[in-house]
Ligand binder design. Structure first.
Ligand SMILES: C[S@@+](CC[C@H](N)C(=O)[O-])C[C@H]1O[C@@H](n2cnc3c(N)ncnc32)[C@H](O)[C@@H]1O
Length: 260
């Protein structure tokens, strides 16, 4: 079957919408410096004009393969695939593309998880894993204008940093913190890579909290939580200096995943 690389001439003219063929995606991702990063579950990738996810989907497939190789137990595998997913970010201007991209990410994640969980661990798909994957995809794949750092509501684009904390009492937890895209980009200069115009890989959130130039209001910090419980989205309320809600360290449940 031939790949459909454009949807209409008008969209090409208006938004530069031409999708990258699979062969080119693979060629680019096979570059040694990218391969090296693909051998890490946590190395972050941002596709700033993501379309329907030509690069992100292939990176996801490769990272899920790595997660399988690195996992001996079912718990490890389920945690590792969610960690892999947290490392992938996309921004797309057009609503239909963004919706399709999110669906594509979830489809690939679900299909590969479903197959491997049965084959390697003789287990069934865990709903908590899928719901956590939905929350991650919704947070990391954003509709907006990557050049002006704003979303479709004219608000700043927000991305989440996901840090895996050291294992304590045999439990691996994850800490989610939100940042504006503007603070991330102005703080970090992307490293030069041969595919930097298409997929940018760099440590997206490196040292952001320590940077005095990052005077971001309303940083939302979530409560460190078991990786499989990401779907609960428990948020930690910072003090007045960072937001409008006064009770420091108060825990608030702000809802489960949204299927929208
Ligand atoms: C050339 S296509 C590439 C899509 C995808 N990266 C690929 O390789 O198949 C560019 C995409 O960027 C989107 N786009 C255009 N301007 C944008 C902007 N300012 N911010 C985010 N996305 C934008 C378009 O809607 C289109 O889907």
């Amino acid at each position: 079957m031939t790949e459909k690389l454009i949807k209409s001439k008008i969209r090409v003219k208006k938004h530069g919408e031409v999708f990258t063929p699979k062969s080119i995606v693979n060629l680019m991702l096979n570059q040694p410096e990218i391969q090296e990063k693909l051998n890490s579950l946590t190395a972050t990738f941002l596709e700033p004009a993501a379309g329907e996810g030509a690069f992100l989907l292939e990176i996801l497939r490769r990272k899920l393969r790595l997660a399988l190789d690195l996992s001996e137990t079912l718990i490890e595998y389920e945690e590792n695939i969610l960690i892999a997913l947290t490392s992938l970010y996309g921004i797309e201007l057009l609503e239909d593309n963004c919706r399709r991209l999110r669906m594509n990410m979830l489809y690939v994640f679900h299909a590969i998880y479903g197959k491997n969980v049965m084959r390697k661990f003789s287990a069934k798909v865990n709903k908590k894993v899928i719901n956590s994957a939905k929350v991650i995809i919704r947070a990391n794949i954003v509709q907006g204008d990557a050049l002006n750092y704003i979303n479709n509501k004219n608000e700043p684009i927000i991305l989440s940093e996901w840090i895996v904390l050291p294992i304590k009492y045999r439990v691996r937890k994850i800490q989610r913190t939100e940042y504006t895209l503007e603070s991330i980009i102005n703080r970090n200069q992307p490293t030069e890579t041969s595919i930097s115009s298409q997929v940018e890989e760099f440590n997206l959130f490196a040292d952001l909290l320590e940077d005095d130039n990052v005077k971001q209001k309303n940083i939302i910090k979530y409560i460190p939580i078991k990786i499989i419980d990401i779907y609960k989205q428990l948020v930690k309320i910072e003090g007045k200096e960072n937001g409008s809600i006064p009770n420091k360290n108060e825990s608030v449940f702000i809802g489960g995943y949204s299927s929208k």
